[in-house]
Write a protein that binds this ligand. Structure first.
Ligand code: SAH
Ligand code: ZN
Ligand code: ZN
Ligand code: ZN
Ligand code: ZN
Length: 512
């Protein structure tokens, strides 16, 4: 039976409040992981890079209980130093100054090096592909820079104009005047463009991103080189001071944080970083308003809902489908196009966020929130129940709404996929994929045969990366990777990558 998962083990990230200082890789403090075997006995813990899931990108590894010799520490420091980028942000700023002063016909960008070129450098890039740059292009770096897709966990997926404008219009209407853009370069640049056009309320924006290429285009007040998995500022104090001053709501300018992290999982470290940002904001508040929380929007696929709510119980998931330019699967689900599984998780009251009628959303007066047209209000459950954009249906026996593909099973006494394995089991939650009580989703035998996109959390193991996968899953992931450039890119081979492989498979399954 396919349930056999003997060789399986999971890797969980351990996020503690007071950690002893983790060793650093070029991406800042590493994260502590624990490998647990199937039996669940505590496994050995190790430190690995927070930002790169692919060992090819960062191969840092250290057992927690390792005694690291002085020699090795020195070698590691030297290694970290050697990985430092070609230019510092400060240097990029002085380059930008020079670049901006150039004549239009002198302004060139090297596609191979992804670098704004100064005239003195043209010889060095003589054999490279270079292009001329207009002032307009200089304002839209996200359209100019080649989206990163080589690094599996750092794949960049850019919002469509539709989604960027929706986000900004919504924030503006809600009265926010400062937007902290965490991994949202496209939102950041639209704010700047609009400010220049003077067509909207002026807004301030600060981009925090790990992609240093953006430092070429922005001042140190507009961009900080930042790792959102460990809240690490590559430029240290200078950058955290920039964040602090940005979060100080001078002149009553309300702040909101908008983050669109890579979907590779690791919900807990992200939540920890966002909490730290929120705490920083709180400390800067005048005492009377110190009860409030920093307004946040966390953009992530809907099936992460349980895990995000675990970290931020006050958040709600909005029905709005965020879509992306360079992702064929993440399209807005109108007129037969595929629906995006990506949603907004926020502590802003859902009743205040009006989703566009012309795109198929409506306001549910009972739920007091905007919902997708197919998300019909269920009088019995008294909610608009759908999570995945499909129309769910009420089962009177289960007394709740279920995915449209599920049928009530008399043997199991609950709704499930028609071909789920029957029989009662200990797990009262049942399989997230097929509804069966006999197994958990991880061991679901019909996992790969059904293209379902239900409300299932990414992983039953909290914050864990399930690194076991059966050949079938691997094959599906490979197939998915071939067809489209997945956000959590797959082609998984190494152990630490199979979480991405599994998600890639899930993304492929989104096409319902
Ligand atoms: N939809 C967004 C882009 C999201 S892609 C937009 O259109 O603006 C994810 C973004 O997060 C990218 O900009 C990427 O560079 C950034 N990123 C990836 N890993 C990161 C990390 N560890 N820390 C900070 N930013 C990261
Ligand atoms: Zn119902
Ligand atoms: Zn039922
Ligand atoms: Zn059954
Ligand atoms: Zn199952």
């Amino acid at each position: 039976m396919a349930e056999g998962n003997e060789d399986s083990f999971a890797i969980e990230v351990i996020v503690a409040d007071s950690e002893k200082a983790a060793p650093c890789c070029p991406h800042g403090p590493t994260l502590l992981f624990e490998k647990t075997s199937k039996g669940g006995e505590a496994g050995r813990r190790f430190y690995a890079c927070s930002a790169c899931r692919d060992r090819k990108d960062c191969n840092f590894f250290q057992w927690e209980d390792d005694k690291v010799s002085e020699v090795r520490l020195l070698a590691r420091e030297a290694e970290n130093r050697s990985k430092r980028p070609q230019f510092t942000h400060k240097e990029y700023c002085s380059r930008l100054k020079k670049f901006s002063a150039l004549r239009v016909d002198e302004k060139r960008f090297c596609l191979d090096c992804q670098l704004l070129l100064l005239p003195t450098e043209s010889l060095a890039h003589y054999t490279h592909k270079t292009v001329g740059l207009t002032a307009n292009q200089l304002l839209r770096p996200s359209a100019l820079l080649k989206p990163l897709d080589n690094k599996k966990s750092n794949a960049q997926y850019l919002f469509t104009d539709r989604s960027t404008h929706f986000l900004l219009d919504t924030l503006e209407a809600l009265g926010y005047r400062r937007v902290l853009c965490v991994g949202t370069p496209r939102l950041h640049e639209l704010i700047k463009v609009r400010n220049l056009e003077k067509t909207h309320e002026p807004m301030k924006s600060l981009l925090l991103d790990i992609d240093l290429r953006y430092a070429q285009f922005y001042s140190r007040e507009e961009f900080c080189h930042y790792n959102m998995f460990n809240h690490h500022f590559f430029d240290g104090e200078a950058s955290s001071a920039v964040l602090q001053s940005f979060l100080t709501e001078s002149e009553g300018e309300k702040v909101v944080m908008v983050a669109d992290p890579p979907f590779g999982g690791l919900v807990k470290p992200l939540a920890k970083s966002f909490s730290l940002i929120s705490q920083t904001w709180k400390k800067l508040q005048s005492s009377e308003s110190s009860q409030a929380d920093l307004s946040m929007m966390w953009i992530f696929p809907y099936f992460f809902e349980p895990r995000i709510l675990e970290c931020f119980p006050s958040f709600t998931m909005l029905d709005y489908q965020v879509d992306y330019d360079n992702h064929p699967l993440y399209k807005h689900g109108k007129t037969g196009r595929k629906q995006s599984p990506v949603r907004l998780f926020t502590n802003i009251s859902a009743s205040q966020v009006v989703l566009p009628k012309e795109e198929g959303y409506r306001f549910c007066a009972v739920c007091q929130r905007s919902v997708w047209s197919l998300n019909r209000h269920c009088a019995k459950c008294n909610v608009c129940p759908s999570k995945d954009g499909r129309e769910w249906k009420h089962c009177s026996a289960c007394e709740k709404c279920v995915k449209p593909s599920w049928r009530h099973c008399e043997v199991c006494g609950r709704c499930a996929l028609p071909d789920h394995p029957c029989g009662d089991g200990e797990g009262k939650e049942g399989c997230f994929n097929c509804g069966s009580l006999k197994h958990k989703r991880k061991a679901c035998p019909v996992k790969d045969t059904h293209r379902v996109s239900g409300n299932r959390p990414n992983n039953k193991k909290k914050g864990g990366k399930n690194v076991s996968f059966k050949p079938k899953a691997k094959k599906a992931a490979k197939k998915a990777a071939k067809n489209v450039s997945q956000r959590p890119a797959s082609k998984a081979k190494g152990k630490r990558k199979s979480g991405a492989a599994r998600r890639a498979k899930k993304m492929a399954a989104m096409s319902v």
